[in-house]
Design a protein around this ligand. Structure first.
Ligand code: ADP
Ligand code: TYD
Length: 202
């Protein structure tokens, strides 16, 4: 029986995930909860090596290869970090997870969505987030917030990021109970309050 809670944060680059994750962690810890912060790609161990390739490799990377590397990172992450923590009753907060592959590799790169759902399900062993917060910002704001230093994924271009954003909006329409779309251009405090409200209701 699953005992903990599994919360993920999603959205295009610079949408404010790191900011909100920190606030949420502090707030939950003040209530005495045991919280684990983690991320994809690049949790501790092998994930760090995969992250290095995914974000910094300078040669060509095919879209399928990119997807399998994100999925490989996810499989290792679920088995060695996320599932053991949830089983112990910890609240796991993960910066990006399955919806990133749907939005970036599916909507962004144009890979088949059914196949991505199938592969995501294998990588996660069927474990799904209880709640997902998608922070929605426009691409211009994203590029302003990221600044000039961009990694391999962040260099993919405006059209790509518009498709990714559309993908996230579609995910929230299809799974409104789990995936909460929040205006990422609202104030940091307002966004935090909305997140806390959703978690309390859950
Ligand atoms: P992410 O982890 O999604 O890339 P960050 O939390 O690192 O995003 O935020 C990216 C930048 O945007 C940071 O400089 C941060 O201070 C700023 N930022 C985050 N949330 C907001 C907000 N609601 N309004 C204005 N700026 C924000
Ligand atoms: P990261 O620096 O973690 O971005 P951010 O701080 O915005 O979360 O970089 C992760 C990048 O990898 C980001 O551009 C999204 C991308 N990504 C995918 O394309 N597919 C995936 O499945 C995941 C997990 C991330």
């Amino acid at each position: 029986m699953k005992k903990g809670l599994f919360i993920t944060f999603e959205g295009i680059d610079g949408c404010g995930k790191t900011t909100q994750i920190e606030l949420l962690k502090n707030s939950l810890e003040k209530q005495g909860e045991n919280v684990l912060l983690t991320r994809e790609p690049g949790a501790k161990g092998l994930g760090e090596k995969l992250r290095e390739i995914l974000l910094n490799y300078e040669g060509d990377v095919s879209s399928n290869c990119e997807s399998f590397l994100f999925l490989a990172d996810r499989a290792q992450h679920i088995d060695t970090i996320i599932k053991p923590a949830i089983d112990k009753g910890v609240i796991v907060i993960c910066d990006r997870h399955t919806d990133s592959t749907v939005a970036y590799q599916g909507y962004g790169r144009g890979l088949d969505l059914k196949q991505i759902h199938y592969l995501n399900n294998i990588a996660t062993n069927g474990i799904k987030p209880d709640l997902t917060f998608i922070l929605d910002i426009d691409v211009e704001t994203s590029l302003e917030r990221i600044g000039k230093a961009r990694d391999r994924m962040e260099s993919a271009g405006i059209d790509f990021f518009n498709r990714v954003r559309k993908g996230y909006i579609e995910i929230s329409r299809q799974e409104p109970e789990r995936a909460k779309l929040i205006n990422g251009k609202d104030s940091i405090e307002n966004i935090h309050s909305q997140i806390i409200k959703h978690i309390s209701e859950f």
